[in-house]
Design a protein around this ligand. Structure first.
Ligand code: HEM
Length: 403
């Protein structure tokens, strides 16, 4: 079996399950070559992915969670400052504490009314046309509106920022030189405007609260704020979009499962949404770096080695899931790792669930006959999996919002 987990081509059309199946069976801790680097260990079994993710003392998130180390050209070097995603405890614990309360289940569930209203508006914007791009017009709108509202920004700005995120997550070789660094720079320029605005006129929003937050008795400085800002926009945007886009595609490809979901959405939605997360696993991987000589399932790992957890592979491991290759919207229990695990487990998972449910409910209710109008085109990325475009058609309907 030819193994190539670096080329975006391997992820064109979805995750490379034939490679993952082979790796789990024959080389679950596989030494993967890297043309411009030292190589990395690709970890594909559920139990190993889970235990690496939970052991941040041995498997560090520093210096980065991407396979490639940051370079000045990437725009991802920030001097002394780090993004929370790339910190280890105890520093990580201090930073995460600043916003973790706002993202627990109860506050996320309390967002349901306005997130549902966004879903209504998003479908309203296309329902009369009878056709749209499911990714840009439906799946992508929701996370950019939600993060804008949480941060206290105009909704249209959420959309612009989200376009920058997409550039940041695209494989550099698929972009003009310098495009990624430029996107980070533009994101920061916008973030500086937010700092000025929210310092002058603090409001009841996450951006204002972050600007007044303290770590070790010191207020966050501008760069700390910008990195939080970048992380929140980045982590919640195309992840959720890709889950909804690729998830809808999975439903269309399994019409009997989709029919079951449509037959009683309130009954099936919550298990179906978690099966979509397991099936799609929109975050392909997260990397760690070994802090000491160790082993994973008997394979020696040296201090400094890169260790990469493949969530999509873990989520199809027959040791962890009955009929792991079967798409089953009634699957319970479903302990998938799509949100990772351990200290960095997705902070936005409860919000993501509310967003996904709102969109699926609205689409099922108002576009029950939705179908593909052309083949989806996939994102050129080995990090985030999902369609870039997905033209669909449906019977036109009436707008329902009153304003
Ligand atoms: C389907 C949607 C989503 C998926 C699949 C997803 C996946 C993940 C994964 C795998 C991680 C773990 C990173 C690691 O272990 O190194 C993570 C972290 C994170 N996610 Fe999500 N995410 C989603 C949606 C969201 C949303 C909507 C938000 C915010 C509103 C968000 C915010 C974050 C943040 C801030 C972190 C970093 C947490 C930390 O470093 O402690 N995510 N996400």
């Amino acid at each position: 079996m030819k193994i190539d987990l670096l080329s975006p081509a391997s992820f064109d059309g979805g995750q490379p399950h034939a490679q993952f199946d082979w790796l789990r069976e024959h080389a679950p801790v596989y030494r993967h070559a890297e043309p411009d680097g030292p190589g990395f260990w690709a970890v594909t079994r559920y139990a190993d992915v889970r235990s690496v993710g939970r052991d941040s003392a041995t498997f560090s998130s520093e210096p980065t969670i991407m396979i490639t180390d940051p370079t000045p050209e990437s725009g991802f070097e920030f001097g002394d400052h780090k993004m929370m995603l790339m910190m280890d405890p105890p520093q990580h614990t201090e930073y995460r504490k600043l916003i973790s309360r706002e993202f627990t289940q109860a506050p996320a569930v309390a967002m349901t009314p306005w997130i549902d209203a966004f879903a209504r508006d998003i479908v309203d914007a296309v329902i009369e046309r009878g056709e749209c791009d499911f990714v840009a017009d439906i799946a992508g709108e929701m996370p950019s509106y939600v993060i804008a509202r949480l941060m206290g920004l105009p909704l249209a700005d959420g959309r612009k920022l989200y376009e920058l995120t997409e550039i940041i997550h695209t494989a550099p070789e698929a972009l003009p030189e310098g495009a990624q660094a430029d996107a980070v720079r533009r994101m920061f320029e916008y973030g500086m405007g937010v700092i000025a605005e929210k310092r002058a006129r603090p409001a009841d929003d996450l951006a204002s609260r972050l600007l007044h937050a303290e770590v070790d008795g010191k207020q966050l400085d501008d760069m700390d704020f910008l990195l939080f800002f970048l992380l929140l926009i980045d982590a919640g945007g195309d992840t959720t979009r890709n889950l909804v886009g690729a998830g809808m595609l999975a439903l269309l490809e399994h019409p009997e499962q989709y029919a079951l979901l449509k037959s009683d959405p309130e009954r099936y939605l919550s298990a179906a949404r978690d099966e979509l997360l397991r099936w799609v696993s929109p975050v392909i991987y997260m990397r760690r770096t070994a802090t000491r000589d160790t082993e994973i399932a008997g394979n020696p790992i040296a201090a400094g080695d890169k260790v990469v957890m493949y969530y999509g592979a873990a989520n199809r491991d027959a040791e962890a899931f009955d009929r792991a290759d079967g798409f089953d919207i009634t699957r319970r229990p479903n302990r998938h790792l799509a949100f990772g695990g351990g200290t960095h487990i997705c902070l936005g998972q409860h919000v993501a669930r509310v967003e996904i449910d709102a969109l699926l409910r609205e689409v099922i209710a108002r576009m029950p006959d939705l179908e593909l109008a052309a083949e989806p085109e996939w994102l050129a990325s080995n990090f985030i999996s999902g369609p870039r475009t997905m033209p669909v058609r449906f019977r036109p309907g009436r707008r329902i919002a009153t304003d």
